[in-house]
Design a binder for this molecule. Structure first.
Ligand SMILES: *[C@@H]1O[C@H](CO)[C@@H](O)[C@H](O)[C@H]1NC(C)=O
Ligand SMILES: *[C@@H]1O[C@H](CO)[C@@H](O)[C@H](O)[C@H]1NC(C)=O
Ligand SMILES: *[C@@H]1O[C@H](CO)[C@@H](O)[C@H](O)[C@H]1NC(C)=O
Ligand SMILES: *[C@@H]1O[C@H](CO)[C@@H](O)[C@H](O)[C@H]1NC(C)=O
Ligand SMILES: *[C@@H]1O[C@H](CO)[C@@H](O)[C@H](O)[C@H]1NC(C)=O
Ligand SMILES: *[C@@H]1O[C@H](CO)[C@@H](O)[C@H](O)[C@H]1NC(C)=O
Ligand SMILES: *[C@@H]1O[C@H](CO)[C@@H](O)[C@H](O)[C@H]1NC(C)=O
Ligand SMILES: *[C@@H]1O[C@H](CO)[C@@H](O)[C@H](O)[C@H]1NC(C)=O
Ligand SMILES: *[C@@H]1O[C@H](CO)[C@@H](O)[C@H](O)[C@H]1NC(C)=O
Length: 609
């Protein structure tokens, strides 16, 4: 008679024990953060918790990871409009459960009327306003990926974003910070002013913003697909608005826009296979950084300051090489790409790194000046069938060109700023010809969506936002976890350093975020770097990373279940969302309650009969 009760007690106790996983955040101060979830079978990590949740609901309804990325990306375009939207472009990396992988290049493209000297060396014109707008690609790419892999109806994926735009959404602390930094631009543009101000001043955190026109646009897109945008009424309204402010985009530009599909770059390093976007993305530079650091072999005896020094020196080499890249349809990048993916090349570069000092930029052999790109938003997704999406999307600078098309509600990108332009000869070193403007060309990008495999099994999905700092951040997070053995949350939380060769300065995080977290590179590391000759500048900002890791080791013991840990970088205030296969959408706690109480209902009458 006592057996069922004892059994029940035992089951309850076991279920109540905390999940044990080597991947769990081990640091007690960071364990309880809502930015990290574990023990799920599917997860969505984005810059904004609202969009992670929308993506997760799509997965729960049986949607593919691609379905979730469409819904989440369109959501980000509404609630995080300073960083992304259908007026911008993106890179999307897909890896299916079957092992097939594909790269979608939906990056913005130079209009047909653009030309190498269209700015007469005026970098202000390139960076802001009507002439900085390139042909948007995000919507075309999302739709193409959905047509290929999507399982849920297109309308179902567009409607959450449409609803947010129509009913309004609360301004997040991060968006409010972006608005304050762009205040004069917002006040100067009628469209932006309409959506982001009230009574002449910026909306505050927590206040509601509505974008009726964007809601209408999204409704048309949900009914008619991207045709309405690239060859229909939305497109003609957009072109008209752009012309009114002096832009050169035409209907023909929109009609000609093409999403480019290719095989991802695949590279074995550190005992893993890295899948990354081909050029003009930040993928090859990021791989080169991993490549150089992997040449050092066993890292377990390396002190933190020395490790960080080597990371910085690798970055300086990476940025020297990367400006030889450009749009592969216009520039022959065969040789430079082969170098970046060559262990021998990395070994040669490593030989010129000294553990006791840094050098002037000329030491690293860079021939061209750097571009400094901005903005962006990243999402990482694994669905419960093991399909994965890593997508980075952007309008470039905060609020792109700082123009909102009044008749469509769409914020326009300033992606032309990512091209290099011929300067007045005073610039040393000169701008990079492989990245000069041509009609129909796509500018160089730092965006680095990445997928990691171990023995052909999905191991991690990662990527970051933050312009030129994306390459360093993605590599540092991967190295923290896969080379230095930090748990996923600590890998993301670790303070970061950035270097782009020019200027010859280490930017170290000293950042109190809008949500009150403080990230600061420890004094001991700064002191050691200073001694080696580095010039250090504090940085109150940087890159934001979305990192999902899958524990596949357990799969090998028969009967083991795979487990996902998803981390949204707290630096932007986002959080991730996920669910378990068996507990359709329930959190682990709810699940334990259900499992514990169902037997009780069954056994209780038995015991007392
Ligand atoms: C946990 O993380 C915090 C913040 O990153 C750090 O200050 C603390 O030293 C860490 N504790 C342990 C035990 O590692
Ligand atoms: C560059 O363009 C901006 C915007 O039109 C203008 O204000 C500025 O004077 C120009 N600079 C030069 C050097 O021509
Ligand atoms: C570049 O030089 C040209 C001619 O010397 C001059 O008109 C132009 O304003 C210069 N542009 C900038 C950005 O300095
Ligand atoms: C708008 O601003 C004016 C002048 O600052 C003020 O008098 C008025 O009360 C404000 N209206 C609202 C609705 O806040
Ligand atoms: C644009 O739409 C027209 C009909 O409205 C069609 O004939 C044409 O083929 C379309 N062009 C493209 C590029 O889709
Ligand atoms: C790395 O070196 C440490 C000692 O410094 C050693 O304990 C460890 O086994 C080594 N790891 C590998 C993979 O060789
Ligand atoms: C690109 O360069 C490589 C190496 O120099 C050469 O083999 C290849 O033919 C070139 N490709 C094109 C399309 O010119
Ligand atoms: C720095 O290291 C290099 C190579 O290991 C060595 O030749 C040089 O003497 C060192 N310089 C100093 C100042 O220690
Ligand atoms: C970090 O920033 C704070 C606030 O701006 C400043 O007071 C502090 O000195 C900075 N510390 C370092 C190491 O840069």
């Amino acid at each position: 008679m006592q057996y069922p009760l004892l059994l029940l007690l035992l089951v309850t106790i076991i279920l109540w024990l905390p999940p044990t996983s080597s991947l769990d955040a081990t640091n007690s101060t960071t364990k309880k953060r809502r930015e990290v979830i574990s023990g799920r079978h599917a997860a969505v990590a984005t810059d904004d918790g609202r969009c992670s949740r929308i993506g997760m609901h799509v997965l729960r309804e049986g949607g593919h990871a691609v379905d979730a990325s469409v819904a989440a990306a369109l959501c980000l375009g509404v609630v995080s409009p300073a960083s992304s939207g259908i007026g911008g472009g993106a890179f999307m990396l897909i890896r299916l459960a079957s092992g097939e992988a594909q790269a979608f290049d939906m990056r913005e493209t130079a209009p047909l009327l653009a030309s190498e000297n269209m700015y007469s060396s005026n970098t202000t014109l390139k960076g802001k306003g009507a002439l900085s707008i390139a042909i948007p690609g995000e919507l075309a790419g999302l739709h193409k990926a959905w047509k290929q892999y999507g399982r849920l109806p297109w309308k179902r994926l567009v409607s959450p974003a449409e609803r947010l735009a129509r009913l309004g959404f609360k301004i997040s602390p991060y968006l409010n910070m972006q608005m304050r930094r762009t205040e004069s631009g917002i006040l100067a543009d009628e469209g932006l002013r309409h959506v982001f101000t009230s009574n002449g001043s910026l909306l505050k955190t927590g206040e509601t913003s509505r974008n009726w026109k964007l809601a209408q646009t999204l409704r048309d897109i949900s009914n008619f697909g991207p045709r309405a945008f690239y060859n229909g009424s939305i497109g003609s309204k957009l072109v008209r608005d752009i012309h009114k402010v002096g832009g050169i985009l035409t209907m023909k530009d929109l009609q000609n826009y093409r999403v480019k599909l290719s095989k991802p770059i695949s590279y074995d390093t550190l005992g893993f296979k890295i899948l990354a976007m081909p050029p003009p993305s930040g993928g090859p530079p990021m791989i080169l950084m991993l490549n150089i650091l992997s040449q050092y072999g066993n890292v377990s005896g390396v002190s933190d300051p020395l490790w960080v020094h080597r990371e910085i020196e690798s970055l300086k080499h990476v940025f020297a090489v990367r400006m030889n890249l450009g749009d592969p349809e216009f520039v022959n990048v065969t040789n430079v790409l082969a170098d970046m993916l060559s262990p021998k090349f990395a070994e040669e570069l490593k030989k010129t790194i000294y553990d006791n000092r840094t050098f002037d930029p000329s030491h690293y052999g860079g021939r061209w000046n750097q571009i400094h790109d901005h903005g962006t938003s990243h999402l990482s997704i694994i669905d419960n069938k093991q399909n994965a999406v890593s997508m980075t999307t952007t309008v470039n600078g905060y609020f792109g060109a700082q123009i909102l098309s009044s008749s469509t509600g769409i914020i326009l990108n300033n992606e032309m700023d990512d091209f290099s332009i011929p300067g007045n000869d005073s610039t040393v070193p000169p701008p990079a010809p492989p990245n000069f403007i041509r009609p129909g060309k796509r500018p160089l990008s730092s965006m680095t969506p990445t997928i990691v495999l171990k023995d052909e099994q999905l191991k991690a999905v990662v990527g970051a936002s933050g312009g030129g700092m994306i390459i360093a951040a993605t590599a540092q997070v991967l190295l923290n976890h896969f080379a230095r053995g930090l748990d996923p949350l600590s890998s993301v939380m670790a303070p970061r350093v950035y270097h782009q060769l020019l200027p010859n300065v280490v930017q170290y995080e000293n950042w109190t975020t809008v949500t009150g977290d403080h990230f600061e590179v420890p004094a001991q590391i700064r002191k050691a770097l200073h001694k080696k000759g580095h010039v250090l500048d504090p940085l109150s900002g940087g890159s934001i990373c979305q990192f999902i890791v899958q524990q596949i080791e357990a799969l090998k013991n028969n009967g083991g279940t795979r487990e996902i840990v998803a981390v949204s970088d707290p630096r932007k205030g986002g959080f991730s969302s996920g669910f378990c296969n068996w507990g359709v959408g329930l959190g682990t706690t709810e699940l334990k309650l259900v499992i514990a109480f169902v037997p009780m209902l069954v056994f209780f009458p038995l015991v007392h009969s």
